[in-house]
Design a binder for this molecule. Structure first.
Ligand SMILES: Cc1cc2nc3c(=O)[nH]c(=O)nc-3n(C[C@H](O)[C@H](O)[C@H](O)COP(=O)(O)OP(=O)(O)OC[C@H]3O[C@@H](n4cnc5c(N)ncnc54)[C@H](O)[C@@H]3O)c2cc1C
Length: 510
């Protein structure tokens, strides 16, 4: 049997990160990937026949990847900061909208005043995100270190009075209640709330605080909470990681689905082959690992995704009903639709009781406004839209026709704020079919191996440890030779490389 120092199961960006660190430390590393390509949910693809448009197919923005990983591994990754963080057409009057311009506080304040009728929520917004920035500065640098206790984390996170106040609320009170206590306008309340719901199917008042954890991860990336556009798309990110791993000597085999693990002996098997290693790094989802071991290793609630992902290629950007903002501005940040606070709550209730939300909440962004390099020369001037629909759990998609209903309802939601039907500007491929690709959570389970379609592999966890685990890396399992190197690790989820780094660090003793 072939022997290695480390076997990594899954060549998602985290598996590749672990492999790159381990191989650079001189270890003999084998990466096994079930699909025919590397990257997992961090990939680019040309989904439309005959159209040279390389879309970030699943994940699309980078926030949580520490600069240290890019530097340590000499990664050729360029990230573009977006000036406009969001645009939200007003649900009751989409001829007007709220534009958040990170480069112009006065313009943002004026937009809040026009949209909400007062200065209250802009002041509350500045206080909330100011305190969150302080928290981010304290929390994010801990992500590549052994786990702290809750008290230690509080001491680095809450370093001034506003941050102390917010930290106390965030770690004890559902974000719905926090928003109730701080903001008054439904649109503003909804924009704040969405960060708690991306990839997390929860009520905003859920006592589990799952939505609070999700919100925290969405606002701490890079110590600023900015979400950046990777030049060349997500394939450039996983490609750079794969290149770093291979350059350091790691062997990557695609089309190899691991079907058995012996965690005691460090053996890994697949149809027609087997290998052994000192350490096994499971960079697949924990539920996949549990199946391979035939026993629960990680525990916790079953993973459940809740998103509908739609990618579109446009001949040009659509006109808006709001003539005061250019489409190229509105679509360059996150474009929110039906994401008012009350609408989010209604949609959650509809989905939780088995119905596709009648006015699906979703958010959209246009990659090509920041980075046209993903389009071939023949498509110059065209644009991609990537749409992430919330509150669409897999249970809604078991009947035939449900996906079509959800897609149509979501496109109708988009149309409700446009000055022309989106269908009129969608490009057609060489077969004459519209360039539109949609994936439900169920389809993501099959396509990417995300159990329940959960984009984070399993529910996110607070970035500190229960007492017994302080000082560990959050990647350990009950088997000393078996580590979680994927998004299912504590401090996992999102395109970050953090679990991959931390699994390698657990081996290397960094
Ligand atoms: C639609 C969508 C949008 C998202 N948007 C964003 C975003 O904009 N920004 C962001 O930060 N995050 C986003 N995410 C989340 C992010 O993409 C994931 O959390 C992250 O990519 C997980 O990376 P990973 O390497 O841990 O696992 P994955 O990318 O899931 O990779 C795991 C790999 O393991 C392989 N595998 C599974 N089982 C086996 C087996 N038995 N044998 C061999 N190989 C196996 C899989 O094929 C896969 O390649 C999004 C995810 C989705 C699905």
């Amino acid at each position: 049997m072939e022997t290695y120092d480390d076997i990594v199961i899954g060549a998602g960006h985290n598996g590749l990160t672990a492999a790159a660190y381990l191989a650079r430390a001189g270890r003999k590393v084998l990466v096994l990937e079930r699909s025919g390509h590397v990257g997992g949910a961090t990939v680019s693809a040309r989904p439309f026949p005959g159209m040279n448009a390389r879309l970030s197919r699943y994940s699309y923005l980078v926030s949580l990847m520490p600069r240290q990983i890019i530097t340590d591994l000499d990664l050729d990754i360029t990230l573009i900061r977006r000036r406009y963080s969001s645009y939200t057409p007003l649900p009751n009057d989409p001829t007007r909208g709220l534009l958040v311009d990170t480069a112009d506080d006065a313009a943002t304040a004026a937009s809040f005043r026009a949209a909400t009728g007062s200065d209250h929520d802009f002041a509350a917004w500045q206080n909330f995100y100011g305190a969150m920035a302080t928290i981010a500065e304290g929390v994010f640098p801990t992500m590549l270190r052994p786990l702290m206790s809750a008290d230690e984390m509080a001491s680095v996170a809450a370093t001034d009075l506003d941050a102390m106040d917010l930290w106390e609320q965030l770690t004890s009170t559902p974000i719905g209640t926090i928003i109730d206590s701080r903001f008054t306008d439904d649109v503003v309340r909804g924009i704040v709330a969405t960060d708690g719901l991306i990839g997390t199917f929860a009520d905003l008042y859920d006592p589990s605080l799952l939505q609070n954890i999700c919100l925290l991860y969405h606002l701490i990336g890079g110590g600023t909470g900015d979400w950046d556009v990777p030049v060349g798309g997500m394939g450039a990110v996983s490609g750079a990681l794969a290149a770093a791993a291979v350059a350091a000597g790691a062997e990557i085999r695609t089309g190899v689905e691991v079907t058995a693990i012996d965690a005691e002996d460090g053996r890994v098997g697949w149809p027609g082959g087997a290998a052994a290693a000192e350490f096994i790094h499971a960079a697949c989802a924990p539920a996949v690992l549990d199946n391979l071991l035939d026993a629960p290793t990680v525990g916790g609630p079953p993973p459940q995704g809740a998103q509908l992902k739609i990618n579109v290629l446009l001949r040009r950007l659509p006109k808006l009903r709001d003539h005061t903002v250019a489409p190229g501005v509105a679509f360059s940040g996150t474009f929110h639709i039906h994401e008012g606070f009350d609408a989010l709550g209604r949609s959650y209730q509809e989905a939780a009781t088995g119905s596709i939300p009648s006015t699906p909440p979703c958010e959209i962004y246009c990659h090509t406004l920041s980075d046209p390099s993903i389009l071939g020369p023949s498509l110059t001037g065209m644009h991609t839209l990537t749409l992430f629909g919330l509150h669409m759990p897999p249970e809604l998609f078991t009947s035939s026709g449900a996906k079509d209903q959800a897609v149509q309802a979501t496109l109708a939601a988009l149309d409700s704020v446009l000055g022309e039907p989106i269908a009129d500007v969608i490009a057609t491929d060489i077969n004459g079919d519209p360039c539109i690709e949609a994936k439900t959570a169920l389809e993501l389970q099959d396509a990417v191996g995300l159990p329940g379609g959960n984009i984070f592999h399993r529910p996110l966890q607070w970035p500190w440890a229960p007492t017994a685990d302080v000082g560990t890396w959050g990647v350990e399992t009950k088997h000393p030779r078996l580590l979680i190197a994927g998004a299912g690790a504590r401090r996992g989820g999102g395109v970050s490389g953090i679990p991959g780094h931390n699994a390698a660090a657990a081996v290397l003793g960094a």
